[in-house]
Each structure stands twice: as C-alpha cells, then as structure tokens.
Ligand binder design. Sequence first.
Ligand SMILES: NC(=O)c1ccc[n+]([C@@H]2O[C@H](COP(=O)([O-])OP(=O)(O)OC[C@H]3O[C@@H](n4cnc5c(N)ncnc54)[C@H](O)[C@@H]3O)[C@@H](O)[C@H]2O)c1
Length: 253
Amino acid sequence: MSTTEQRVAVVTGAARGIGAATAVRLAAEGRAVAVLDLDESACKDTVEKITAAGGKALAVGCDVSDEAQVEAAVARIAEELGAPTILVNNAGVLRDNLLFKMSSADWDTVMNVHLRGAFLMTRAVQKYMVDAGFGRVVNLSSSSALGNRGQVNYSAAKAGLQGFTKTLAIELGKFGITANAVAPGFIATDMTAATAARVGMDFEEFQAAAATQIPVQRVGTPDDIAGAIAYFTGDAAGFVSGQVLYVAGGPLN
Ligand SMILES: NC(=O)c1ccc[n+]([C@@H]2O[C@H](COP(=O)([O-])OP(=O)(O)OC[C@H]3O[C@@H](n4cnc5c(N)ncnc54)[C@H](O)[C@@H]3O)[C@@H](O)[C@H]2O)c1
C-alpha cells in the first residue's frame, strides 16, 4: 500500500465511551474509521462527530461474539471503506458478581464478548493486514486483570487478552503487524456509571472516592485512553509490540 493511501481502522464498541473517543481520535489522525457496535443506529453520533470534523466513517452493526456477523461486517468494511489494517478490540461488557453468586451465563457472556470477540475480529482482519504488510492491533485489557473483587469473569478475560496480545505479537510480527494492549484504570463512562448504580452510589461520589486512591487524584476520561491507543496504532510505534500499557493515573503492576 502506498504511504499516501488512507489507512482503515476498525474500532469495536465505538458507539460510546472509550471506543467512541478512540474512533474520533483515529479519524482526526487521518484514518477512515469503521465505527462498529451491536446496533448500527447507535453508531450514528460517533459517525456524525467524525464526518462533521471532515473525517470518513462507516457505522457497522455487529455482535463481535458472533462468527457469521463478524465475517460479514469485516467483508463489508473492506468493500465500503477499504482493507482494514488497524483494529481496536474495545467492545466490552460487565456481569459482576461474587464467585459464589455468579451464573454460568454471566461467565460465558463476558468470555464471549471480550475473548471470543477479540479472537473473531482479529482473525477476520489479519488477512488484510498480512496482504498490506502492515497492521496494528490494540486490545483493551484493564487494571482488573491484576484481580478485582466481584469480577472473576472480567479479570480472567482481561488477563486473557494480555496473553492473546503477546501471542499475536509473536505470530504476526513478521508480517509488519504489531499487537499491544492498553489496560485502563478507572475511566468515567457508562460502564463505570453502571457499576456505581449497582453498588447504590451516586456516580459523582463514586468518582470522587475512586480519585482519592489514584496518584494523579482524578479518574480517567475516554480521551486519556484514546491517546494511548492512538500511539500504538501509529507509525512511530512500529518497534513496540506485545506490550501492556497500564493507563491508570499511577503505577499498578
Ligand atoms: N470504563 C473503565 O473504567 C474501563 C476500565 C478498564 C477497561 N475498560 C474496557 O474498555 C472498553 C470500553 O469500555 P467503556 O467503559 O467505554 O464501556 P461502555 O459500556 O461505555 O461501552 C462499551 C461498548 O461496547 C459495546 N458492546 C458490548 N458488547 C458488544 C458486542 N458483543 N459486540 C459489539 N459491541 C459490543 C456496547 O454496546 C458499548 O457501546 C471495554 O473493553 C472495557 O472492558 C473500561
């Protein structure tokens, strides 16, 4: 591919939160962006934000845990936007509970969206990256990968994504493809707002309490994470692969 050709990025779970901020950021850096989420109509706001700023974006409805939907979505993206060579596996869900109360369905849902979803998406996109001799995969891990009460499913999935990332880096490096993980700490989004609601706390109070435990004394924003993801997707990061970057306002591991 010529260096002047516009690169195509796919961001999953991009209707809102970290995914939406990432889609907007990558578009601002000149990428054509597939804004992928469960419901195509929910992607409208993100797409409009990108196009209003002069960028190029396509709304794509797809459940990342469904093999047929993933194959169809990636084929459509290649057809309508061009061959995707940047993939951000960001789609995620929480089904928190203590181990003894966790249902098998809640375990399976979290594994399916985070792990199976990242696997299916990456497998579908990698052939375009191999053909281009260039690729960037960024997987969303979490500080919860280090262990978090009430999240035995989510922490296992987010730790699993770190192993997935390192193995992608090893297998795909020779094709000019890097794979890295960004592991956010507390980021103010609908996901953390839902956690506050679940524990019966006002979201503002929940954030203020979390901020006292964070060295920089604030919670993160979706833009904080979009910046780290943008770094890994850029040309300057071509020798950085298989890494996990905690973006949490302080050291964690
Ligand atoms: N918010 C945080 O504090 C935080 C911290 C660490 C990691 N993360 C991770 O960052 C990512 C984004 O989190 P967020 O806070 O923006 O969450 P969010 O709940 O605001 O957004 C997640 C998006 O993913 C989409 N999604 C869910 N299941 C999907 C599926 N099967 N197929 C396609 N899309 C699907 C949702 O519709 C939603 O638009 C997630 O992987 C999350 O686990 C978030």
